[in-house]
Design a protein around this ligand. Structure first.
Ligand code: PEP
Ligand code: MN
Length: 681
């Protein structure tokens, strides 16, 4: 233990150093912002940041650090820097503001308030109110300096009550904040899904989770003041029959167990909050800004299109248009508008004045920094920077002499020129260097020939256990098995789902093999990634762009299969989708394409292997099983793949092919697999 203590002390020392460095960095960012402001230079220097990020990611690569994680860290750092500069350019009137929010400690509004004011220094005093009304009343009476209120949610839509309160109240929007919503089902320790009777949360939250809640038989939902108060109630009552839907943060705050996470019906759930003050606050022209307006116009033909043209003709984008009832006067229509632009800009002022001429009433509710734009700009920068960074090439694994010869016989590895093809950033083979992707003991692209094998689908314990043992005994390095099966007919066996995944994980562990399995929907990805060592995107999903993006956000290697109607360009652009999200660990898999030929299940495009090796740095795998469709063709095609320079093959096996629930005719026996692998030496 003495050794552990020593390294813990070392970690503590390094963490303290990291924080000192972070503080120094923020101070420098602040000083640069100040100097530029004084000299009138633009604060955002895109070129300079691009150079800086390019250098950082290259340095990360040289140090053997994961570019994926370094990219994530720097994404946050850039956001932090930008917020610091934003705070400098939009100074708040109050040094130690009193801020109220609707709800209680731990609620998302509370998180939004803390995030918004965190970069502004000074002591922050936060106070919760029961209603939105109460928050606005506290602001207008001068009891508090700011109120933080939710304006819209990706699932539940606009908070109309809040828009109406701000439109009517003597206050102005001075900022906005976007908070990702990580809704979890939380309960006291010992509670299970089966023990639950009632789930409490804010009504909007219950609406967001309605599809999940409908899967809980006999469980009632009950509206509560907010998600954090619901968590507090569950904590105070100590009943295993109760659960709350709340943030991970609230679960920690009230010492509750998470029974299920990410239960919102939208994977990219987020809420946008507005920060409201008594007086409006100008936004420096160096920052992207939005202006909110509330107006009433006569209920007549052409009036609305007049508003659109007033902005459109001046090149101003209308980001939001919400209709509100004007029940007191049916001759009027009432709207809430958000325009992309600074309320102090002459062009924006002119457009607003044009609209004002036709409007019954018009009120500018405030001008504030466009949070999404501020953050996306940083992301775009990062993406652009990463586009010019060479992916890290891991040291190759042990290479056998025979392998070296075979690899040497493969075509030239120099970077190709692809006139006329646009959009390829990450796949280009740079200077002939090839990437390696490691999964357990298997190193794809490292010079050795990797064999992935296993059943088409996980069917039952016995079938999987025998197949896994056969894979290990044959010298296969990765175990495959489908649990979510993309079947042509909806009536065919669809896979065992999560239960199958658990069985596959166990079989992999039992035989010391990493596992690869297919994901079919973006919602499955995070959960599958917790269990699987490698994620497969099947041929039918090669252009499921949401799925590609989602696997790109994980840190799991991806086996991307070529679509049966996909050109090589399309195949590579699909790989780009994954890598553009920061995940460079992609292995391409040729599995046969559809041609006029009907003698085989699919035409194995062996020429794709040298072409892919010429055009990308990514490892290339071949699946002879799905191409052949017949067991007697699998071995010759596998040998062909080896001969043309593939880095790996994926082969289907089954202990009892005649009774297989899926793809039996192409499944090899364990013995046939062993003979095939033996042949590769
Ligand atoms: C598979 O490998 O299980 C599969 C379904 O293959 P493909 O997506 O290539 O048809
Ligand atoms: Mn199959």
């Amino acid at each position: 233990m003495a050794g552990v203590e020593k390294f813990r002390a070392e970690l503590d020392r390094l963490d303290a150093q990291l924080l000192d460095l972070l503080a120094g960095r923020i101070k420098a960012v602040h000083e640069i912002g100040r100097m530029k402001q004084r000299s009138g230079l633009p604060v955002l220097d895109v070129e300079r940041e691009r150079e800086l990020l390019t250098r950082i990611l290259a340095m990360a690569g040289e140090r053997g650090l994961s570019q994926h994680f370094v990219a994530q860290i720097f994404r946050q750092l850039i956001r932090y820097g930008r917020s610091t500069q934003e705070a400098l350019l939009t100074p708040m009137q109050h040094r130690s503001p009193v801020v109220c929010y609707q709800g209680s400690r731990g609620a998302y509004s509370w998180l939004a308030a803390r995030k918004f004011f965190a970069v502004r220094g000074g002591e922050l005093r936060l106070t919760g109110t029961e209603t939105y009304d109460g928050a606005v009343a506290a602001l207008t009476s001068g009891e508090v300096d700011y109120a933080v209120l939710p304006l819209e949610n990706t699932v539940a839509g606009f908070f109309h009550e809040v828009i109406d309160l701000i439109s009517r109240g003597a206050c102005a929007i001075v900022g906005e904040e976007i908070i990702p919503i990580d809704l979890c089902l939380v309960a006291v320790k010992g509670a299970t899904l089966a023990s639950l009777e009632t789930v409490y949360s804010h009504p909007v939250v219950l609406k967001q989770c309605a599809p999940f809640l409908s899967t809980l038989d006999g469980v009632r939902s009950e509206s509560w003041i907010d998600s954090a108060e619901a968590a507090r109630k569950v904590h105070d009552d100590r009943q295993q029959t109760q659960a709350a839907i709340a943030s991970r943060h609230a679960a920690e705050l009230f010492d509750l167990a998470i029974l299920k996470e990410n239960i919102s019906s939208n994977v990219h759930d987020a809420t946008r909050f507005v920060v409201v003050a008594k007086e409006s606050c100008p936004v420096d022209s160096l920052l992207p800004a939005k202006t909110s307006i509330s107006l009433t116009v006569p209920n007549q033909a052409g009036v609305l299109s007049g508003i659109f043209s007033a902005f459109g003709e001046r090149g101003i984008n209308l980001g939001k248009l919400e209709s509100r009832p004007a029940l007191d006067d049916p001759r009027q229509m009432r709207f809430y508008l958000e325009i992309d632009g600074n309320g102090a800009d002459d062009n924006v002022t002119a457009a607003i004045e044009t609209v004002r001429r036709t409007a019954g009433s018009l009120r500018i509710l405030g001008c504030y920094v466009d949070r999404a734009k501020l953050e996306t700009e940083s992301d775009d920068l990062l993406e652009r920077a990463r586009g010019s960074v060479q992916p890290k090439v891991q040291p190759p694994g042990p290479v056998q002499a025979k392998e070296r010869q075979r690899q040497a016989a493969a075509p030239a590895k120099t970077a190709p020129v692809r006139p006329g093809t646009k959009g390829f950033k990450y796949d280009v083979a740079r200077g002939g260097e090839r990437s390696t992707v490691q999964v357990g003991n298997a190193v794809f692209g490292g010079g050795s020939f990797v064999v992935i094998a296993g059943p088409c689908a996980v069917e039952n314990h016995e079938q999987l256990d025998t197949a896994a043992r056969d894979v290990r005994d044959a010298g296969g390095l990765v175990l495959r098995g489908g649990v979510f099966k993309p079947r042509t007919s909806p009536y065919s066996f669809q896979g065992l789902g999560w239960e199958g995944l658990r069985m596959l994980r166990e079989a992999g562990d039992r035989y010391g093999l990493p596992i690869v399995t297919e994901v079919m929907a973006p919602e499955q990805v995070r959960r599958v990634a917790e269990q699987a060592d490698m994620l497969q995107v099947g041929a039918r999903n090669m252009q499921n762009f949401d799925l590609l993006r989602e696997v790109g956000r994980t840190d799991r290697p991806v086996l991307l299969k070529r679509g049966m109607m996909a050109s090589i360009d399309e195949f590579l652009l699909a790989a780009e989708y994954i890598m553009a999200q920061g995940n460079f660990r992609v292995v391409l898999c040729e599995r046969g394409i559809r041609t006029f030929e009907t003698a085989v299940r699919a035409t194995l495009d062996l020429s794709a292997v040298p072409v892919l090796r010429e055009r990308t740095h990514l490892p290339v795998c071949v699946d002879p099983s799905h191409a052949a469709g017949r067991r007697n063709l699998v071995a010759p095609l596998a040998r062909g793949a080896h001969a043309v320079g593939a880095d790996a093959i994926m082969v289907e096996i089954h202990p009892d092919p005649e009774n297989a629930l899926c793809d039996g005719p192409q499944a090899l026996s364990g013995q046939a697999l062993a003979e095939l692998v033996e042949g590769f030496g």
